[in-house]
Design a protein around this ligand. Structure first.
Ligand SMILES: [Cu+2]
Length: 763
């Protein structure tokens, strides 16, 4: 196995594993290093990285105070080295970090590698690049708004055109990257979208200004100010549209009863460090400033044998191109991962709100722009959820039923990207299904109308009128997920095939004389040029990742996992020659397949804000090599998406829109892996009608409401307040009643019993 690993490393032109730390994976030997080689950096390591980078900058004659840390991560070791170490067959990969920094005084970007095992930790590589721009960070966004509001020219424009004199309280600034309009030599130019705010908690997107300011906050230079609304644009849409609890102008509804998720015996998962085990599944939870949550080394224990499924799965890139073609909106296109760093924008989750039930939370530690560690409390949540019926058969001849409930482990994080919220979750099911969901919510991006739209009665041409004078532009969302499949290979899927499977009707003929026949076609996607595919639901198209080295004993065919598109995914509608489609080429196909390469993680390139022709520009460039995929270490890049034509119901805050796809085992197991689920009915499920006496009870009426629907007040009323016995009941007011049949268990409970009507996820 070690020989195979060495050969693959050599094939990829990587440094030999011997360069790694020559220490074995044994207990007690590496106390200062994390338990798992893929663990994210801890707070102490972030401090070490910042210190090493600042010392190195000083040694180079640079002012350390001018360094801005845009993204700091543990440098991910080569897959084969990680797996060899985890098997106990190789040395621990050396612990290093990659810091991407902005030298804003030089308008340059630096990539620094810090050796965290050196004493003291030190920079071992320092690469300065001109002509690219690093990601924005949340600190950049806040600083840009603050600095722009101090700019005298900007304040004068706001006062003269709009009458806004108190920019601090009356104005909100959303900085977006400005795309191709300004080249990197001109600096870090952001397009600042502007909104008036009626009060501190006001939804300012209801009051868009007809103005975009192109601005470099490092130099405090305004490159351009563009007004698009004509004379009418001076009048800002005035109608408030709010969702903040202090500003909603409708009374709260009072009809909803509590719905609790309880697990009285605790969860079924176990967690050790960042390794999670649950009902056969096992994975390592990672986190990066760029991607957010990462699922590493996902395996399934099949009757005692741990079988690899996916080495690494994470959201890789998002692009949101807008459809308004008129300037200045031809630049409106958000790269929601690289624009701000999806991990950096992760929310601290609210207990009792973002996830319900018994939750395991994971904190995330990231670096702020000064290199200081910042902990995002409860950045990732994990919980068990009922997942509906697992399987069932009702034997109609004798009325016997066999039915089991499915369950899933949901691992989720939520990020706020300016106006939008995205929740992403991996869903591991008992039956082997892996789900991925993107949930879209937040506030749609709005703009003031153009003069011709005012003239046309206030109707926007490329969007939806969500309030008088407020246009929510038509746009698309594309989410690309990178999945490095393993499929029963302890070497991480070193020899796989991706097969496109379709169903097609048979032609009429001797083999199909009645015209009812249809068949399945399978085609190996043998090279990268063949593996750039679109969904085709009319052909039931799916993609199967199979391991030809492991055959299913029942079928005699390779074990496999199939990728099943879920939500209908549109093609990108921007013209192929447009900047949206060229910079976002990764989203112009629903599926790419590439062979594993340890430096290929960013499908839009490492620096898509201002890509340099010499830099890594992403998957569109990688696949030009047309590498072999037949028997290769295949990586799937799947894009799910949505064309968002805004509805009134999306305003003022958007109901969650769900996009999803699934990975399912295909001849991976020898039978349904949930056949061992025990036939135990859920004890807290209640037949409401039976319990309330609407059917089957002896008397109903007074007794029913006493013993079931208001069981707490009846049974929990204290000694002597009421008496409830199966079959006979007297309520607190002394009115006798007779408990119906279904109320017996309620009435037999002790006085401190839980409410009878309670939902439960427990099987
Ligand atoms: Cu949208």
């Amino acid at each position: 196995m070690q020989q195979a690993t060495a050969a693959l490393v050599e094939q990829l032109g990587l440094p030999a594993p011997a360069a790694a730390t020559p220490r074995r994976n044994r207990e007690g030997g590496l106390a200062h290093l994390p338990k798992h080689p893929l663990d994210p950096l801890c707070a102490q390591e972030y401090e070490q990285v910042a210190r090493a980078c600042k010392e190195h900058a000083l040694a180079l004659g640079l002012d350390p105070a001018t360094l801005r840390f845009n993204g700091v991560n543990a440098q991910e070791p080569v897959k084969y080295e990680v797996l060899a170490f985890l098997r106990g067959e190789g040395p621990r990969p050396r612990r290093t970090a990659l810091a991407i920094m902005e030298l804003f005084a030089q308008n340059a970007v630096v990539e620094a590698v810090v050796d965290l095992e050196a004493r003291p930790p030190c920079v071992t590589a320092w690469k300065q690049m001109e002509g690219v721009q690093a990601a924005l960070t949340p600190d950049d966004v806040l600083e840009c708004e603050a600095v722009l509001k101090r700019n005298a020219r900007f304040r004068a424009v706001m006062a003269q055109r709009y009458g806004i004199t108190d920019v601090d309280s009356q104005l909100a600034v959303d900085p977006w990257y400005s795309g191709f309009r300004y080249g990197s030599p001109e600096g870090r130019v952001l397009q600042c979208l502007l909104y008036r705010r009626s009060s501190p908690d006001d939804n300012h997107y209801a009051h868009p200004l007809d103005c975009i300011v192109f601005y470099d906050f490092h130099t405090d230079k305004i490159h351009d100010v563009v007004f698009h609304g004509g004379e009418q644009g001076r009048t800002i849409p005035a109608e408030d549209s709010n969702f903040h609890r202090s500003l909603v102008d409708r009374p709260w509804r009072t009809s909803l009863k509590p719905l609790d998720v309880v697990q009285p015996e605790g969860p079924s998962w176990s967690v050790e460090g960042n390794v999670v085990t649950w009902e056969g599944w096992q994975f390592h939870l990672g986190f990066s400033w760029r991607e957010g949550m990462i699922i590493n080394d996902l395996k399934f224990c099949d009757q005692g044998r741990m079988r690899p499924v996916m080495y690494r799965g994470a959201l890789a890139e998002i692009i949101v191109p807008y459809g308004e073609p008129r300037p200045p909106f031809e630049l409106k296109c958000a790269y929601d991962i690289v624009d701000y760093g999806l991990g950096l924008c992760a929310n601290p989750l609210e207990v009792g709100c973002d996830c319900l039930g018994l939750i395991k939370y994971f904190d995330a530690v990231v670096s702020d722009s000064r290199g200081r560690p910042h902990t995002i409390r409860r950045a990732v949540c994990m919980k068990e959820e009922d997942a509906g019926m697992a399987w069932k058969h009702y034997e109609y001849r004798n009325g016997h039923t066999e039915v089991r409930r499915n369950r899933r482990l949901a691992v989720k994080f939520i990020a706020t990207i300016a106006n939008y919220e995205y929740a992403f979750q991996w869903l591991l099911h008992l039956d082997g299904t892996i789900g991925f969901e993107a949930n879209l919510t937040g506030i749609v991006s709005t703009h003031a109308l153009f003069p011709e739209e005012h003239a046309a009665g206030g109707q926007p041409q490329w969007g939806t009128l969500v309030a008088p004078g407020v246009n929510a532009h038509i746009h698309q969302h594309f989410f690309q997920v990178r999945m490095d499949m393993a499929v029963d290979d302890p070497d991480g899927g070193a020899c796989l095939q991706v097969v496109e499977v379709e169903a097609e009707p048979m032609p009429l003929g001797p083999a199909n004389p009645h015209g009812v026949g249809f068949d399945i076609t399978q085609r190996v996607l043998a090279r990268e040029s063949e593996a750039q595919r679109m969904c085709a639901p009319e052909r039931s198209r799916v993609w199967k990742v199979q391991n030809p080295r492991v055959l299913n004993p029942v079928t005699g065919k390779p074990v496999a996992w199939k990728l099943m598109p879920g939500s209908p995914c549109p093609p990108m509608l921007a013209h192929p020659t447009s900047s949206h489609a060229t910079r976002g080429a990764f989203a112009t196909k629903h599926l790419f397949v590439t062979p594993y390469h340890p430096k290929e993680f960013n499908p839009a390139g490492d620096y898509p804000l201002h890509p340099d022709p010499e830099q890594n520009r992403g998957i569109a460039d990688w696949v030009k090599a047309d590498r072999n995929l037949d028997g290769a270490d295949c990586v799937l890049w799947y894009t799910l998406g949505l064309t968002h034509v805004v509805r009134c119901e999306d305003w003022p805050v958007m109901p969650v829109e769900v996009l999803s796809f699934h990975l399912k085992p295909w001849d991976f197991f020898t039978q349904n892996p949930t056949i061992d689920l025990p036939p135990i009915p859920n004890k807290r499920t209640i037949d409401f009608d039976l319990a309330s006496g609407a059917k089957g009870g002896a008397s109903g009426g007074l007794a029913a409401s006493c013993c079931a629907a208001t069981a707490r007040s009846c049974c929990g009323g204290g000694p002597g307040a009421c008496t409830c016995q199966p079959g006979a009941c007297a309520c607190a007011k002394g009115q006798p009643g007779r408990a119906p049949e279904g109320a017996a268990s309620c009435c037999a409970k002790p006085a401190t019993a839980e409410p009878a009507l309670q939902a439960s996820s427990r099987l």
